[in-house]
Design a protein. Structure first.
Length: 76
């Protein structure tokens, strides 16, 4: 079962309400996405920590309902 863009955005926004999120469906199949997330919550964190924050916001759906997500994070 695939996830749609709005579901991904909603989960990230719940964890990071100030986030500006740009998501693209890379293959048009609802399984391969690219996301650019800008948030003040990333301030002072390494890229690995920032990416873990995004994965944690997806509540275990990564690798299950969500097959692939390329992440770019930026501090706000």
């Amino acid at each position: 079962m695939a996830m749609n863009l709005k579901e991904i955005e909603t989960l990230i926004k719940e964890a990071m309400p100030d986030a500006v999120i740009e998501i693209q469906d890379l293959a048009g199949d609802g399984n391969h996405y690219s996301a650019t997330i800008t948030s003040s919550k990333f301030s002072g964190k390494t890229k690995i920590e920032q990416h873990k924050m995004v994965y944690n916001s997806l509540k275990g759906k990564m690798g299950n309902e969500l097959h692939a997500l390329a992440i770019k994070t930026k501090e706000n």
